[in-house]
Design a protein around this ligand. Sequence first.
Ligand code: ATP
Ligand code: MG
Length: 399
Amino acid sequence: MAIQSVRGFNDLLGEELARFRRASSVVRSVLERHNFEEILLPVVEYAELFQRSIGEITDIVQKEMFLFKDRKGRLLALRPEGTAGAVRAFLEHKFYAERPYTKLFYEGPMFRYERPQSGRYRQFHQIGAELFGVAEPSADAEIISVVYELLKELEIDSVIEINSLGCKECRPPYREALKEFLAQKEEHLCKDCLGRKDRNPLRVLDCKEKSCKLAVSDAPKMVDYLCDSCKEHYSQLKELLTHINIPFRENFNLVRGLDYYTRTVFEAVSDSLGITVVAGGRYDYLVQELGGPPTPALGFAVGVERLALLLKDIPKPKELYVVIPFGDVLPYALKVAKALRSKGKRVEFSYRRGGLRKQLDFANRLGAKYAVIIGEDEAKEGVVSLKDMDSGEQKKVKI
Ligand code: ATP
Ligand code: MG
């Protein structure tokens, strides 16, 4: 049997790829005009980086990572996300010492051992942005505004949801309250949630199982437990978003699937498809936890395949010209093709000669908009016969 691609690892081609490229290029241009600088991160990192940043009791670390040992027995991982690597690079290159604050973006494939379905793959692509060094809520508003702009530019219908997860001061008491609440709901929780309700109760709020979702619908809310400074941060953020006309909706059960978040978390959700396309938040302790100086930071990641799925207009490829040499005109015809290409046209050449009919058929099959017919007369006069393949109209023109 012929070898097939690995489950969850897909080829991207044709129209799907065109959508993917358009999504990617719009996101990149929005990031570039907000002065984020690109960093090309490696696909492989030490597994420990993810265990320490994302957190041991998370789905990603417990069951979704692609792990392998190198020849020296060191445990490596295919990156499941980009923030951990960006923080690692931020520390490794000592950006914290050189810049008052740092704005980076990255793009590339991520890997998670998940059950493949529409919009969920084992290799998928993210573009992520990270802003290091700013604690003020203006940075949160700016980051959310970047997300809003890229969604608007791509004309993607979605809603931005926000929540606050508090800090080292106010989260522990909330955690206890949530634990007590969950202890009363045991019979409604799935097997996974029973396992994590004591060790990582916030994770239960993120569970996608129906019965768990229902069970936590009246759970205690982090916003009711925020300390004064977190409360102030959150209300300033909401005020700023309102001032700059960014619509949002509060979702008090929004916690995100990674442990490093503090204070602001947000997602852009497509209500029509019920999937999250962009997700992010603040992670004020992560840089320090990975060995750096205390550095507040925040960021987001977009799922490029999911954006592509939601794009309405498909970018059309440039119209195609097919150059058809007819008779003893090969050098002239090749020159014409070259001249058209130098003008930025997309040009195919009819390499396999034959009767004019046959070559026009060939141009048709390729989906040509124009056939550029070159017979001996045209070559002599220094012109071409340009045939519009839709209307059939043909006229001699100078190149
Ligand atoms: P979900 O809740 O859908 O599992 P997540 O919380 O695991 O998403 P993040 O880790 O925050 O997602 O990743 C950010 C974005 O990356 C998601 O909003 C989504 O658009 C995309 N993404 C995550 N996992 C996948 C996947 N397996 N396939 C395709 N895109 C994905
Ligand atoms: Mg996930």
